[in-house]
Design a protein around this ligand. Structure first.
Ligand SMILES: NC(=O)c1ccc[n+]([C@@H]2O[C@H](COP(=O)([O-])OP(=O)(O)OC[C@H]3O[C@@H](n4cnc5c(N)ncnc54)[C@H](O)[C@@H]3O)[C@@H](O)[C@H]2O)c1
Ligand SMILES: O=c1ccn([C@@H]2O[C@H](COP(=O)(O)OP(=O)(O)O[C@H]3O[C@H](CO)[C@@H](O)[C@H](O)[C@H]3O)[C@@H](O)[C@H]2O)c(=O)[nH]1
Length: 329
């Protein structure tokens, strides 16, 4: 029996593949390598280069490897990009997940763990935001994921399939053993961009909006270490295997940092100064997005190990140095 990891050549998915390998699971990765890298997949996992949207092929893969659970990361992930290409986002996220779910049901897959997002909340009425809050996504990206959550609830009610959807807040950092990290080309994520500026890969960082009514005028985000995130997935999988009910839970620490605080931390930990340019607000940005993490801790027994901005940024910087060394070779 195998666990299928879609998007397992990408940032979070490759950490998940390592987590599963570390726990002696059999792992099959399906990834079309649009933003992921074949070298990011552990050698002990089987990589199939394939788009998840082809239902017949996915059914063959599921049957051939006797897939018992799917952990689904594949998708389009850039919030601002989704505003310019909504149909592309609904297609790659919502429609292809529909097709994957149909394949899962047809083949009798029992468990499904899904990458949802804090973006389903839109502008939360309060921070920290609880799972029961109204879902009012501000962007096609958030809406594409909200629709998948609904599809999962209806599918689990009708079929012998249980699911966990984790609503990730801002994922960052890298495997502490530096076996993988965020390698995305032309990255747009704050910590990655700031680390690239610190290691000289970019000349500067732009801060999108310095006039928000926050403590220093910049947006606030709840940064979660990628290794803590994948450990929550593993706990979710084990809980479903043990007969646990389907669940939707936030994955964040419950603490927010501003954009300026992140940049200052990157400067301090790297010991390098870089130019910080104040720029207009970015369309679709929400001022403060912070998780209530009670449900994840209580239902999954989740105990984060890297809940500290310095640790997250230290690992992110170390991974940037690994990439820089590789590119020089
Ligand atoms: N990074 C974050 O802060 C964050 C926050 C919330 C949710 N998420 C979700 O987590 C998941 C993983 O994100 P990531 O940051 O690792 O991004 P990523 O771009 O590094 O990984 C996505 C992977 O999916 C693959 N892929 C995309 N479309 C595919 C398709 N149709 N068929 C097969 N493979 C496909 C890509 O090649 C890539 O390897 C996504 O679903 C994203 O929406 C990420
Ligand atoms: O060069 C940069 C990059 C980002 N930011 C700001 O930093 C904050 C965080 O932005 P970013 O890292 O792009 O993440 P988000 O837009 O918050 O979205 C992330 O977090 C969401 C959950 O909160 C996920 O759903 C998304 O997939 C993931 O990209 C925002 O205020 C941005 O305006 C900058 O000022 N400069």
């Amino acid at each position: 029996m195998a666990v299928l990891v879609t998007g397992g050549a990408g940032y979070i998915g490759s950490h998940m593949a390592w987590e599963l390998i570390d726990r002696d699971e059999e792992v099959v990765v399906v990834d079309r390598l649009s933003t992921g890298f074949d070298w990011a997949v552990p050698e002990a996992a089987r990589l199939v280069v394939q788009d998840i949207g082809d239902r017949k092929v996915m059914e063959e893969i599921i049957r051939r490897h006797r897939v018992e659970a799917i952990i689904h990361f594949a998708g389009s992930v850039i919030v601002p990009e989704s505003l310019g290409d909504p149909l592309g986002y609904y297609h790659n996220n919502t429609m292809k997940t529909h097709s994957l779910l149909q394949a899962a049901v047809n083949c009798g897959v029992r468990h499904f763990v899904f990458s949802s997002t804090a973006a389903v909340y839109g502008i939360p009425d309060r921070a920290p935001v609880r799972e029961e809050a109204a879902l009012r996504p501000e962007t096609p990206y958030g809406a594409s994921k909200m629709m998948i959550e609904r599809m999962l609830q209806d599918t689990a009610a009708a079929h012998d399939l249980s699911f966990t959807a984790l609503r990730y807040f801002n994922v960052s950092g890298a495997d502490p053993r530096l076996r993988t990290g965020q390698s995305t080309k032309g990255a747009t994520h704050l910590i990655k961009v700031a680390c690239e500026a610190a290691t000289g890969k970019r000349p500067l960082i732009e801060v999108f909006g310095t006039d928000y009514p926050s403590r220093d005028g910049t947006c606030i985000r709840d940064f979660i270490h990628v290794s803590d995130l994948v450990s929550a997935h593993y706990l979710a999988l084990q809980r479903l295997r043990a007969g646990g009910e389907s669940l939707i839970a936030n994955a964040g620490y419950g603490r927010g940092h501003t954009v300026f605080e992140v940049i200052e931390t990157v400067k301090r930990l790297s010991g390098r100064d870089f130019q910080v340019k104040h720029a207009p607000r970015r369309t679709g940005d929400v001022m403060a997005v912070v998780a209530s993490s009670d449900k994840c801790r209580q239902e999954l027994g989740w105990e984060p190990r890297y809940d500290d901005l310095d640790t997250i940024i230290t690992h992110a910087l170390q991974w940037e140095e690994v990439l820089a060394r590789r590119n020089r070779l």
